[in-house]
Design a protein around this ligand. Sequence first.
Ligand SMILES: Cc1cc2nc3c(=O)[nH]c(=O)nc-3n(C[C@H](O)[C@H](O)[C@H](O)COP(=O)(O)O)c2cc1C
Length: 433
Amino acid sequence: MVSHSGTGYHGRSSISLHIFESSPIRRHCSTTRNENIQMDKETPPVENWLNLDEIEDVATKTVSRKAWGYYYSASDDKISKYRNTEAFRSIQLRPKVFIDCTNCDLSTKLLGNPVSLPIYVCPAAMARLGHPSGEAGIAEACRSFGALQIISNSASMTPEQIVAGATEDQVFGWQLYVQSDRTKSEKMLARINKLEAIKFIALTLDSPVSGKREDDQRHGNVNNTMTESSSEGGLFEHSENNAIKPEHQTEDQVFAGMDPSLTWAETLAWLARHTALPIVLKGIQAHEDAYIAMKHRSQVKGIILSNHGGRSLDTAPPAVHTLLEIRKYCPEVFENLEVWIDGGIKRGTDVVKALCLGARGVGIGRAALWGLGAGGVDGVKRTLESMKQGASTKIIRMLLTHLDSSKRRDEDLYASAWRGTCQRPWTTTCKST
Ligand SMILES: Cc1cc2nc3c(=O)[nH]c(=O)nc-3n(C[C@H](O)[C@H](O)[C@H](O)COP(=O)(O)O)c2cc1C
């Protein structure tokens, strides 16, 4: 069962979960944390990094201040960033007993593509700020875990470079920020269409304007108000063999190009004319939009619930709240679209909670960058290993032995989240035994 310490939903337009007050956060409450870090030369060996916070700590001491500022930052007071993690921690699990879970299998399918983990790496710009192996380094780590990776429109390497070492079964998505000059996006899409390893387009919608990221500004990052949304479109129009050097970005480039005029009616039809790849909408933050996305299911095959790691609009809801909203108000979305989620995922328990609530894919953003910054490819592997291990043991504890839809018992997924709750506030698919 999943329960909340608060009162649950109070109506369609006024959602109040009241789950933050009772969620002690070990460490993410200070907005100034890490700003005066002393560089520690004695980095512990990779095998000693036990969890994502420890890996972030190592990275914090390892990467440049510029990289740290860019990766760590979030909009305004970083309330959404912190709440992303708090929201997961405030949800409780109630495992069931007496079900044979000898064989625990984390493999599943994402958009029909077999993957070994439900955990994927989110699109994130400028991986080479953290480590020279960049996005290709993340791809290498994902390869050894059978994990899916979404390549950012603003990656610091070309998509061709990133997928160059892909194995036949490796799965990538490519994230798009639509440009006002549509021909630029169309040219990129034409390139992406040729890359077999890229199986879908993730269209990011949550950042039409920049968030104010003060850590980034304070550390003199690429420029004072860098955003993925503005930077990741026109700026990163790299030629096929020409990677972007993050340090070469200019203010003009960063603000150039983003199309603020995207709409349900026009943009999806435009996109469909330029790619036959499945479309996933990234940045859904309200059940109403999830529902509309479902209505466009002839083009849209999935949605990613995300507030951009709190980097876009501060106080936007944690994605797991949006997940709960969808369960309550339009659960049919789960039948018609794949629902993925990102933001604040730090532990295997977070992954299991998201899965229990109906998500199929669970994304990590900063965690992969911190892994990369801390230890290059090995650091990302360690990050994935830690998440995999955490999720496996928790899944065994939750008695969810299979995630693959053909094998998994949906009743177990949902019922172990809900069964036994006193209020059963989200009963739509709950079956009691
Ligand atoms: C440094 C950084 C760069 C990012 N760049 C992109 C991007 O290029 N495109 C995009 O859609 N999202 C981008 N994101 C958002 C992530 O895809 C993801 O939604 C978010 O990081 C998840 O939250 P988490 O960092 O708490 O895991 C970026 C996030 C970070 C931290």
